[in-house]
Design a protein around this ligand. Structure first.
Ligand code: MN
Length: 486
């Protein structure tokens, strides 16, 4: 707890009290439990909370992190927890608990993008995903204590589901670490092969990099631009992907390091760029302006790759402190600053903080640029999910079907295939018989029962809400209407 306290200095006294209370409550509830490693259970909870302090998450999130396994692993029931901590924190805890119920398998891996959308819809509050990411990060760091087959499943889920989540939310450090940890478990041969060669070359690469950095420092000081420079190795998984993508051996991969130049203003970013252009040889086509064209997750920087006089190739990223913060904290940075700006962090009236949850996200989503279709689609779905306009329902083989809010079993049938809709007689929802007008909700598993002699009737329009279903039913009615002239 001491260590956690030190990293919580950004919280005020009341917030600290809440965190302490959650810590004590969790310590008591988990007192008889240990991790597979033999470590006391509290250690896991503290590490997860600690991860979240890196993003400077609010006290409700930190408290929920400390309590995140209480409902699943101890005798505490939801009602007691609400009495003790209130609905906001408990809904974060139940959100994380809910996520754990969705078992990962190959069917999910094949449509991971849909799964991520569905999970978001289930949890409704992005903080749940962030807690889950912090939880997963600690579990991945301590995965060696698990049996090998379990390790593979968790690593695979981290790589396919959670690392992309971290990426979309702009939390790059977590994404990188999750990927490398998963890579080592899923493909140990390649991992160690690349790592060994990387280690061999790293010294000389570092030397070249330092040279470039030194040259640049001299120029920047002369131009009186404030800056800090640091080097950053590419992740092993990143290198592996590049080798695969370009079908090249390790020896042909040149930019093993990136260099970051961080400065105070946007103007200085471009000034630094022009200094680089006139003092080094830029690789043709290597310049990307993410300041004017931010990525969908709000990432901003200038990227350029140069060749030094000693022929080493270095990728340089130029950004302001604020852009850097956003690149490190991702969506969390924006959320926090918004709250600070509103003064909500002080005490937070219930209503303000409820609205805020959607508000910060709306702001986050504003002004997106279309340079990354995949992210854009994801953010689109974030938007509609936050309006709670959509639900996600499963087929028996775990396909995810997206439907408008209020959709019924009939809508589901039409979403699968119009012929299935036309012949829809009823459904099994979560294993129980249901009528075709039964309303579905996110997470339901629905199986449609058809009969050959069933035909659409006008009253189906009373409970079909999706566009696809309604237009198909209308078409059928039109085409099969008794002719007036007959
Ligand atoms: Mn956990």
């Amino acid at each position: 707890m001491e260590k956690l306290k030190q990293s919580l200095t950004y919280l005020n006294e009341n917030d600290m009290k809440l965190v302490k209370k959650a810590f004590e409550y969790a310590s008591y509830a988990h007192s008889y439990q240990t991790r597979v490693s033999g470590a006391p259970y509290m250690e896991h909870l503290l590490c997860v909370a600690q991860n979240l302090t890196e993003l400077r998450m609010d006290s409700a999130t930190i408290a929920a992190a400390l309590l995140h396994d209480v409902l699943e692993d101890t005798l505490v029931v939801e009602k007691e927890l609400i009495d003790e901590f209130g609905i906001e924190i408990v809904s974060l805890v139940t959100g994380v608990t809910k996520l754990n119920k969705y078992q990962f398998d190959d069917a999910i891996a094949a449509q991971a993008n849909n799964w991520r959308k569905m999970l978001l819809a289930v949890v409704k509050d992005i903080r749940v995903i962030i807690i889950k990411l912090a939880d997963r990060l600690h579990n991945m760091r301590t995965l060696k204590f698990m049996p090998p087959d379990k390790q593979k499943i968790i690593a695979n889920e981290s790589l396919t589901l959670y690392a992309p989540f971290a990426h979309r939310l702009g939390i790059y450090n977590w994404k990188d670490e999750l990927e490398d940890l998963a890579f080592e478990i899923l493909n140990p041969e390649q991992y160690h092969h690349i790592k060994a060669q990387w280690d061999k070359r790293s010294e000389i690469n570092m030397k070249n990099l330092t040279e470039v950095a030194e040259q640049l420092k001299v120029k920047l000081q002369a131009a009186k631009i404030s800056f800090r420079i640091f080097a950053r190795p590419k992740t092993l998984y990143g290198i592996y992907k590049k080798m695969e993508r370009q079908n090249k051996p390790f020896s042909a991969i040149e930019d093993l390091f990136g260099m970051r130049v961080i400065t105070d203003t946007v103007e200085h970013c471009y000034e630094i760029l022009s200094l680089i252009n006139s003092n080094f040889k830029p690789l043709e086509g290597s310049f990307t302006d993410y300041i004017n064209q931010p990525k969908a997750n709000m990432y901003q920087s200038l990227h350029i790759t140069v060749v030094s006089d000693k022929n080493s190739i270095v990728e340089i990223q130029i950004r302001t402190e604020e852009m850097h913060r956003r690149a490190e904290f991702g969506v969390a940075a924006h959320w926090r600053y918004k709250r600070v700006a509103d003064g909500d962090i002080e005490k937070g009236s219930k209503k303000a903080s409820e609205e805020d949850k959607l508000d910060w996200l709306k702001q986050f989503l504003q002004g997106q640029h279309e340079n990354d279709n995949d992210s854009l689609e994801f953010l689109d779905s974030l938007k509609s999910e936050c309006n709670f306009e959509q639900i996600f329902v499963f087929t028996p083989i775990k396909q995810v079907i997206k439907l408008p809010l209020g959709a019924t079993a009939l809508d589901f049938a039409y979403a699968i295939h119009s012929d299935i809709g036309d012949a829809c007689m009823g459904a099994k929802v979560n294993g129980k018989m249901a009528t075709i007008s039964a309303k579905l909700k996110t997470g339901d598993v629905c199986e449609i029962i058809t009969r050959k002699n069933i035909k659409p009737t006008a009253n189906w329009l009373d409970f079909a809400v999706s566009h696809a279903a309604r237009s198909r039913i209308r078409k059928f009615l039109r085409e099969n209407a008794p002719s007036l002239r007959a």
